[in-house]
Design a protein around this ligand. Structure first.
Ligand code: NAP
Length: 268
């Protein structure tokens, strides 16, 4: 197997993406191009890592022109990208009937359109070199539905559909496409998905971003289409898949739990 030496990690200023970037550099000895909108956060990350190992490029992935510049600069800087980690993503939590089209489009543009664009750029580059991995950070809700996150779940189902279709299409090209499906993870995600004003005591417990990132990085050494980074994520996806009626029952229970969570979050 050819050694993985360079990676482009999106959403590297926080949460899972920042941990993935740290682990790739520190434990895999890789060089990482790290992107997100907040340059100061990317520079902080660069400064904590050995010199010359992390190259920040800041911008909005919702912007098509930025995505092209990001890709071009990544290749100029590294000469080749062995791993693309499509991690940047946002949530949108609350009643579907109340959600604005602006927020819905912003989510789909980042979680689906930007991810597909970078996937295509990387797949062309990697298939020419007959080597590379494209990792989509999806979610357990790519595998089943969940109340109050309908558009987010739809975006992750789109990601999972892309992976399922590209795997047979790209077989024999040397390009491996796969997805990680985390469950609840401690990061900025939950607060932002609810508008950004949730008090810390109203944020439900979650797995650590480092633990999830470590499992995703370990997935680079396997050949699965989908990876559950934690046992609870594996259990939920497995039960929905193999136990008829479980998904529908879970949806009903989740609605009651999430009603309470949303009410608590509204208090600020
Ligand atoms: N946290 C969870 O419970 C959970 C569960 C399952 C799956 N996931 C998935 O895991 C991935 C990472 O989530 P996380 O929990 O680490 O969230 P996070 O802490 O909110 O981090 C999200 C990252 O995406 C970047 N980002 C957001 N909008 C962007 C934009 N328009 N352009 C460029 N970068 C942008 C953010 O950086 P800037 O703000 O600096 O741009 C940040 O680095 C997402 O795809 C999410 O759907 C999360």
């Amino acid at each position: 197997m050819t050694k993985l030496q360079t990676a482009l990690v999106t959403g590297a200023s926080a949460g899972i993406g920042r941990e993935i970037a740290r682990i790739l550099v520190r434990e895999r000895g890789m060089n990482v191009v790290a992107t997100a909108r907040r340059l100061d956060r990317l520079e902080q990350l660069r400064n904590e890592l050995p010199e010359g190992t992390l190259f920040p490029i800041a911008g909005d992935l919702g912007d098509k022109a930025f995505r092209q510049r990001l890709w071009d600069e990544s290749i100029t800087h590294t000469s080749s990208i062995d791993v693309l980690i499509n991690n940047a993503g946002i949530g949108l939590r609350g009643p579907f009937l109340d959600q604005s089209m602006l927020d819905i489009e912003r989510l789909l543009n980042l979680n689906v359109v930007a991810l597909i664009d970078l996937t295509q750029k990387a797949a062309r580059h990697m298939s020419e070199r007959k080597h590379g991995q494209i990792v989509q950070v999806s979610s357990i809700v790519g595998a089943f539905g969940v109340p109050y996150s309908a558009v987010y779940a739809a975006s992750k189902h789109a990601v999972d559909g892309l992976v399922k279709s590209l795997r047979p299409e790209l077989r024999g090209t040397g390009v491996r496409v796969w997805a990680a499906r985390p469950g609840r993870t401690a990061s900025e995600f939950y607060n932002l998905a609810l508008g950004g004003n949730v008090a810390p005591e109203h944020i439900p417990p979650a797995r650590s971003a480092e633990k999830v990132a470590r499992a995703i990085v370990a997935g680079l050494d396997r050949n699965n289409a989908f990876l559950a980074p934690t046992i609870d994520a594996a259990l939920l996806v497995g039960l929905c898949r193999w136990l008829p009626g479980f998904e529908s029952l879970m949806g009903r229970v989740a609605k009651h739990v999430f009603d309470k969570e949303l009410a608590a979050a509204k208090q600020g």
